[in-house]
Design a protein around this ligand. Structure first.
Ligand code: KG4
Ligand code: ZN
Length: 343
C-alpha cells in the first residue's frame, strides 16, 4: 500500500490531494482563483503566484484533514515541476521541498501533462495501455501515444494556440467572463442543431496530419463577432449562442478528425481525452458518438479531474516513487518542459 500527497500549482488553480495506491483519491482539494483573475479576463501571473503563497499551506492542510491522515503516514510528496507559469510553479515546488525536508519524506517531481494523461486512469476501471492521449488544456493541445506513463510519444501538437486558450479568448471577446471555456460551453448549450450549423467557421488542418492550429479559427470568430455587432457594439443573444455553438462545433470536428487519424496511424483502439476541454459537454457527447461509430473506446476523466488538480499529480508521483525516483532539494521548475519528443 502507498499513500502520496500531490501538490499542483502550475497556473491559476492550486491543488492538494491524497491518493492511495496511485488510484484511490482520499481527498482532492482545488483552491480556485477565478475571482482574482475575472476582472482581467485572463490569468495575471503575478497575482496567481501571490495567491498561491497565501493559500498553499491551508490547501495542503485541508487535503490531509479531509483524507484523515497525518504527514507522517505519507510515503512521498509529488509536485508539479512544469510546464506552466514559473512563479506559480515555484510556490508549489518550494513548499513541497520544505514539507519533504521537514517531514523527512521523499520528494518526486511530476510533469504536468503526464499528470493530465494519468487523470484518465483515476477510475475504478482505468483505461488500459497502450492508448492515444488527447491533451486539450489551456496551455497545450497535443496527441500522444501512451504505452505507459513512462513511455509517451508525441504524435502531433498545436502550431500556435492551445484549444482552451481559444475558448478563453472567444469568451473574453464576448464578455462572458472568466474562466471562459465553461462559459462558452454554457452559452452554446442554449442552442440546437441550427445554431451549431449557423456559421461555417474554418476547421484548420482538418485533413493534414496530426498537428493542430487554432489561431486562424480564433481570428475568424473575432471577425464574425465584429461583423454581427450592432452600432452599440452589442451582439443579439441569438448571435451569441450561434457564435459559441458554431465555434464549439468547429473545434469538435477538428478534435474528432485528429483523434480518428491518431488511432488509425497508431493502430490503437483506445483514446483518452484529458485536460480542461475534456470537461466540455458537447465534446463529450460528440466523442461518445464517434466511439460508437468507429468501434473504438473513448474515455474521459470525471469532470472534476479534467481541469487542473493534484490527484493526477499524486497518481504519477506514486508510480515514479515505486520505481525508486527521488528528487533532492535541487529539484527545479521549468516553464517549458517538453514531453514525448516535443521540441
Ligand atoms: O487543464 P486546464 O485546467 O489547465 C491547463 O493545464 O491549461 O485547462 C484549462 C482550460 C481553460 O482554457 C478553460 O477555458 C478550458 O480548459 N475549459 C473548457 C471547459 N472547462 C474548462 N473549455 C471548454 N469547455 C469547458 N467546459
Ligand atoms: Zn493543466
Amino acid at each position: 500500500m502507498s499513500l502520496v500527497l500531490g501538490i499542483e500549482s502550475s497556473c491559476d488553480d492550486l491543488g492538494a490531494a491524497l491518493v492511495r495506491d496511485g488510484r484511490e483519491i482520499l481527498s482532492s482539494i482545488v483552491h480556485r482563483q477565478d475571482e482574482v483573475h475575472a476582472p482581467f479576463g485572463g490569468v495575471v501571473p503575478e497575482l496567481a503566484s501571490r495567491d498561491h503563497v497565501e493559500f498553499v499551506w491551508g490547501t495542503v492542510e485541508r487535503s490531509l484533514e479531509r483524507a484523515g491522515v497525518g504527514l507522517d503516514q505519507v510515503d512521498a510528496i509529488g509536485v508539479t515541476t512544469g510546464p506552466g507559469l514559473i512563479g506559480s510553479l515555484l510556490v508549489g515546488l518550494c513548499f513541497a521541498k520544505a514539507l519533504a525536508y521537514r517531514a523527512g519524506r521523499p520528494l518526486v517531481g511530476v510533469h504536468h501533462l503526464e499528470g493530465h494523461i494519468a487523470s484518465a486512469r483515476l477510475e475504478e476501471d482505468p483505461i488500459a495501455f497502450p492508448f492515444v492521449g488527447a491533451v486539450l488544456s489551456g496551455g497545450h493541445s497535443a496527441f500522444y501515444r501512451v504505452d505507459s506513463l513512462a513511455e509517451i510519444e508525441l504524435l502531433g501538437q498545436t502550431r500556435d494556440d492551445a484549444a482552451g486558450e481559444v475558448f478563453d479568448k472567444v469568451a473574453k471577446r464576448l464578455g462572458l467572463g472568466y474562466p471562459g471555456g465553461r462559459e462558452v460551453d454554457r452559452v452554446a448549450a442554449e442552442g440546437g442543431a441550427s445554431e451549431r450549423a449557423a456559421i461555417p467557421f474554418p476547421r484548420p488542418l482538418l485533413n493534414h496530419g496530426l498537428d493542430l492550429s487554432f489561431s486562424g479559427l480564433k481570428t475568424a470568430v473575432a471577425l464574425e463577432i465584429a461583423r454581427r455587432e450592432g452600432p452599440d457594439g452589442k451582439l443579439s443573444a441569438r448571435d451569441r449562442v450561434r457564435i459559441c455553438a458554431s465555434f464549439q462545433e468547429a473545434v469538435g470536428d477538428v478534435v474528432i478528425a485528429k483523434s480518428e487519424r491518431a488511432l488509425g496511424e497508431t493502430g490503437l483502439s483506445r483514446l483518452a481525452v484529458v485536460g480542461g476541454l475534456a470537461a466540455n459537454r458537447r465534446l463529450r457527447e460528440r466523442m461518445a458518438g464517434f466511439a460508437e461509430r468507429a468501434g473504438v473506446s473513448v474515455r474521459f476523466p470525471p469532470v472534476a479531474l479534467c481541469t487542473d488538480n493534484a490527484a493526477m499529480i499524486a497518481a504519477v508521483a506514486d508510480g515514479l516513487w515505486r520505481e525508486g525516483r527521488r528528487a533532492d532539494l535541487r529539484l527545479d521548475a521549468f516553464s517549458r518542459a517538453p514531453l514525448g519528443g516535443e521540441k
